[in-house]
Design a protein around this ligand. Structure first.
Ligand SMILES: Cc1ncc(COP(=O)(O)O)c(C=O)c1O
Length: 370
């Protein structure tokens, strides 16, 4: 297996733990183990007594019971728990694809969604969206990419990096197209439940189409990335079995303490959603006002979901050098679009409590900017 460097994670890894002001993070504000355990009487003692043996490969049954309540058509045995969404992406593509197969990936995207299928030797086509038409989805372009060998389509809504929802009619047409050709849809829904207007939430793909896998994670909307816990929900038993067989070669099972903490947190999921949404809705108008004040530098298609947005940097300057200078001189971390092959864009994050402070530091640094 040959795989190219994960540019997003390499850039974040270089600066995330040194920079003071994180202004591009995609995970919502986190919380402590103590805060999670305080949600339920008895949870503290139960956690201390929780057995640290191996857990079941598909995930602890009592955790899958809780996760299944997120879906209308999914029973607990139609869920596989993984060590975060990242493992799910890796395992899905490797369990499914051979060098004779073809996959289609909506791009720009979270990098592994594109590099992992390539690493299997399969042919991979990009269903690329474009800033010039406000990141619209060109459905006929997707149709024209389908081949007799296409086995998977990766979609991501709410979307990293634009923070935009897929329009509902496009979502349904993608699932119908896949159904006509028997293609699996890998629907990356890790930012689901953080729609800025909850009435715009799309159904989970696994509830609409039998060969759709809905990818969930505690990392983003719920702000618990350190638990490293994610899951796949799907009604097709054969792909879930392949995923479990492959998982025996990666992690065997998820972390027992993380399964416990996730089950507690998810019995109170609405609290996590409410908290993240409150932060995002407070931060967004401040960020928009900042872009209006600096319209000579920045322009964006305002996001309608998630904790992130993708902003065009107007000066004819190298975006990566701009971001690196900013983090070195002011300690403010932005993510250059070069890591998404979008060299005119920058990813901003607005899911952290201290976003106003980070923004103020960016603004005073810009005052010195040539
Ligand atoms: C769209 C998308 N999918 C998957 C992941 C991986 O998430 P996790 O932390 O659960 O591995 C990310 C993380 O940034 C993401 O943005």
């Amino acid at each position: 297996m040959q795989i190219s460097p994960f540019r997003i994670e390499e850039y974040m890894g270089k600066y995330e733990f040194a920079a003071r002001y994180l202004l591009s993070s995609s995970d919502a504000e986190s919380q402590t183990i103590q805060e999670i355990l305080a949600l339920e009487p008895g949870a503290h003692d139960a956690f201390l007594n929780h057995w640290c043996g191996y857990t079941e490969s598909p995930g602890a049954p009592w955790l899958r019971d809780v996760l299944a309540t997120m879906y209308s058509q999914i029973s607990p045995d139609q869920l596989v728990v993984l060590s975060a969404a990242e493992e799910a992406i890796f395992v899905f593509y490797h369990a499914l694809l051979t060098p004779q197969d073809h996959a289609i990936v909506e791009t720009p995207c979270y990098e592994s969604a594109l590099t992992v299928p390539k690493s299997t030797g399969a042919a991979v086509s990009e269903w690329r969206r474009n800033a010039a038409n406000a990141w619209a989805h060109d459905f006929s372009a997707l149709e024209s990419l389908v081949r007799p060998t296409t086995r998977a389509i990766y979609i991501n809504s709410p979307h990293n990096p634009t923070g935009l929802l897929m329009p509902p009619d496009i979502f349904r047409r993608v699932l119908d197209l896949a159904a006509r050709h028997g293609i699996y849809v890998f629907s990356d829904e890790v930012y689901r439940e953080l729609e800025h207007d909850p009435t715009t939430r799309l159904p989970a793909a696994c509830d609409l189409y039998e060969r759709a896998l809905s990818l969930g994670s505690v990392s983003k909307t719920y702000g618990l990335p350190g638990l490293r816990l994610g899951w796949l929900a799907c009604r097709d038993a054969s792909i879930l079995q392949k995923i479990i067989s492959f998982k025996h070669y990666t992690t065997i099972c998820a972390s027992a303490p993380s399964e416990f903490l996730t089950a507690v947190a998810f019995r109170h999921r609405q609290k996590f959603i409410g908290r993240s949404l409150q932060i995002v809705l407070r931060n967004l108008p401040q960020l928009s006002a900042f872009f209006s004040r600096h319209a000579d530098l920045f322009e964006w298609t305002p996001p309608n979901a998630s904790t992130i947005g993708f902003v065009r940097f107007k000066p004819a300057q190298d975006v990566q050098s701009f971001c690196e200078r900013l983090v070195r001189e002011a300690g403010v971390l932005l993510l250059p679009g070069t890591v998404y092959d979008e060299p005119r864009h920058i990813r901003f994050g607005y899911g952290r409590r201290n976003m106003p402070e980070s923004l103020a530091h960016l603004e005073s640094w810009l005052a010195t900017f040539p």
